[in-house]
Design a protein around this ligand. Structure first.
Ligand SMILES: *Cc1c(COP(=O)(O)O)cnc(C)c1O
Length: 356
């Protein structure tokens, strides 16, 4: 039986992406060769890279606005240090919003490069809300935030308007909701949450913000070099990029971000309505900051845990246990998770209520 996969990442991708990428491993573009055994500089793969890069820009509505999209290795975690390396001036400073584990990871790396100001933090409440009303120093080289906090189930709904570059880790909600993406100067996202298999990281950069730090940047960590080489400075992670392209094409066919946002809203509304209605459960995050991607919730009475887990298993629901730092449950409802899977989860929550 096909599972209802709520894994937080790596996670569910569209079924057709699994099928088509598996096919490309056996016989890519009817060439008689596997995608895995051809040169990344071959015509066929260069076309994949070009299409993936331009589809990212198209889906984000950034055509003609001076942005480049590149696919790198190293995960979102490598961007934690590439961002300050490329954007923080020698002797300059950067501003960060601390909304959880991943934001913290980014702050830790920035400190290797210079003064790192944390403008606000929700750490004292175990990151169950998004700080608001903070001030960003006007002389910082950039401001960094995390749009969706995968572990804690919070999501930024409104981003500040600033006169300094706005950098955002969108690893777990990129392509999930409509936004004015031109508000951001640098966006990065590990592929494995809403786009493709682990191994590729998408970085979207407004070209004009680069080259201003006065630092000597090692080549592999220099965005400018990767952009100039059209994302082929070295051998790129070909398979994750190809699978990401298939997901992007799937998204475009569906109607793009506007269409998926409606589906994501419907999924989140269905689940949060049940969390709030069902007396056995409570949400973990502040209501106004709830994430549409990762819904964190708890059983009010822990003695029902085993019964609930057994019922989840019986229904074919996988990947629901919460992260150890929150406990309880986390339903990751990424783009490829169908509404029907959420209905199955809601049915189990209601069945638990009836059973006890
Ligand atoms: C998963 C995640 C990361 C880490 O990604 P890696 O690709 O494993 O380095 C960073 N930020 C956010 C928001 C994430 O969800």
């Amino acid at each position: 039986m096909k599972k209802h996969n709520y894994s937080a990442g790596p996670c569910i991708l569209p079924q057709e992406v699994f099928e088509k990428s598996a096919q490309a491993i056996l016989n890519f573009n009817d060439s008689g060769l596997s995608l895995l055994e051809i040169s990344h500089r071959s015509k066929d793969f260069v076309a994949v890279m070009e299409e993936a890069r331009s589809l990212v820009i198209e889906l984000l509505g950034l055509e003609g606005k001076g942005y480049s999209a590149i696919f790198l290795g190293g995960g979102a975690s490598l961007e934690f240090l590439m961002v300050p390396y490329n954007l923080m001036k020698e002797g300059g400073k950067a501003a960060y919003l601390d909304t959880g584990t991943w934001a913290n990871g980014a702050i830790k790396e920035a400190k290797y490069f210079g003064e790192t100001v944390v403008v606000a933090s929700s750490k004292e409440e175990n990151y169950n809300y998004i700080p608001k009303g903070y001030t960003v120093p006007a002389d910082a080289d950039y401001f960094h935030c995390t749009s969706n906090n995968t572990i804690f189930g919070t999501q930024i709904k409104e981003f500040p308007t600033l006169d300094i570059p706005l950098v955002c880790d969108m690893s777990s909600d990129i392509f999930s909701r409509q936004m004015d993406f031109s508000k951001f100067d640098l966006i990065y996202a590990g592929a494995q949450k809403n786009m493709g298999p682990a191994g590729a990281t998408l970085v979207v950069i407004k070209d004009e913000i680069l080259g201003k730090t006065g630092r000597n940047i090692p080549s592999m960590l220099d965005y400018t070099k990767h952009i100039k080489a059209e994302s082929m400075y070295n051998t790129p992670p070909v398979f994750p990029i190809y699978a990401s392209l298939l997901t992007l094409k799937w998204l475009k066919k569906l109607g793009g971000i506007a269409a998926i946002e409606k589906i994501n809203d419907a999924k989140a509304t269905l689940l949060y309505t049940e969390i709030d209605r069902n007396p056995l459960f409570k949400g973990a995050a502040a209501v106004e900051d709830r994430s549409n991607m990762n819904a964190t919730f708890l059983l009010n009475d822990l003695q029902h845990t085993d019964t609930f887990n057994a019922m989840l298993k019986e229904a074919g629901i996988s990947g629901l246990p919460g992260h150890r730092s929150v406990g309880g449950f986390r339903a990751s409802m990424y783009n490829a998770l169908p509404l029907e899977s959420v209905q199955v989860l809601v049915d189990v929550m209601q069945a638990l209520e009836k059973a006890i």
